[in-house]
Design a protein around this ligand. Structure first.
Ligand SMILES: C[S@@+](CC[C@H](N)C(=O)[O-])C[C@H]1O[C@@H](n2cnc3c(N)ncnc32)[C@H](O)[C@@H]1O
Length: 219
């Protein structure tokens, strides 16, 4: 198995957000492609590949063994960060889960305020951003990519110490720049489409969709 070719644009964008030299944890690692890639490219000296379920963890164990990286990557059964000690990691990647589950994992972690998070929600990025903001976290960088015809977003997040009030629109836009970046625009168009569908049940979503269109330069 070649984890370099297995790393699609989505996981590659996550990897780009990891700080060189950081000890990382990949929460919900499943196949452990990302940990292998991070160590193989000397981005991380060590990675904890964690998963709450034994079956994906054993898939990860096979990837790590085939890559001969057992000395750098440790596999761990862990619900979120429960089995990972504060002094073991600097950067924490949580990719491929729903936005609400990602927010639950961060808010359950007692030392989250001291860490750098790289987050890739599969759904409900607006719920994730809303909960991050409400808990004092800031998005210092956000980008999007296309993988397998789908558009994804990745967020780099730190604890900012104070709760900043954001407009409701920010839950959708985050730190994206749709007027300058086609992929950001594509990601936000997905939000607009979903808001238009939601608007059939609740009128306030129509106004939000209109505002988002305007933010994207289509108003
Ligand atoms: C769809 S896979 C994503 C795999 C990989 N991170 C990616 O983005 O390609 C989601 C993984 O998260 C794991 N998971 C779900 N809830 C979790 C939790 N609370 N703590 C750790 N892992 C969890 C699942 O067992 C599954 O292996």
């Amino acid at each position: 198995m070649n984890s370099e070719t297995q790393l699609d644009n989505r996981l590659r964008l996550c990897a780009e957000f990891v700080r060189p030299g950081a000890r990382a944890a990949d929460i919900g690692t499943d196949h452990a492609y990302l940990p292998v890639w991070l160590c193989r490219h000397n981005i991380c000296p060590s990675v904890i590949a964690a998963d709450v379920n034994p079956e994906p963890l054993s898939r990860g164990r096979i990837t790590v063994a085939q890559a001969g990286m057992e000395d750098k990557i440790s596999l761990r059964l862990s619900d979120g960060l429960a089995q990972i000690a504060e002094d073991e990691v600097d950067d924490i990647i949580i990719a491929g889960m729903g936005g609400e589950l990602i927010a639950d994992i961060i808010t359950a972690c007692p030392y989250a305020a001291d860490k750098h998070f790289i987050l890739q929600p599969m759904t409900k990025s607006e719920a994730l951003i809303s909960r991050l903001c409400a808990n004092g976290y800031i998005i210092d960088r956000q980008d999007c990519c296309v993988a397998g015809k789908k558009c994804y977003t990745v967020l780099s997040v730190f604890y900012g110490g104070t709760v900043r009030q954001h407009d409701e629109l920010y839950r959708y836009t985050g730190e994206l720049h749709p007027r300058e970046n086609e992929t950001h625009l594509r990601f936000l168009r997905g939000h607009i489409e979903r808001l238009r569908k939601q608007a059939k049940g609740e009128a306030r979503f129509a106004a939000l969709a209109d505002r988002l269109e305007e933010f994207c330069g289509n108003g």
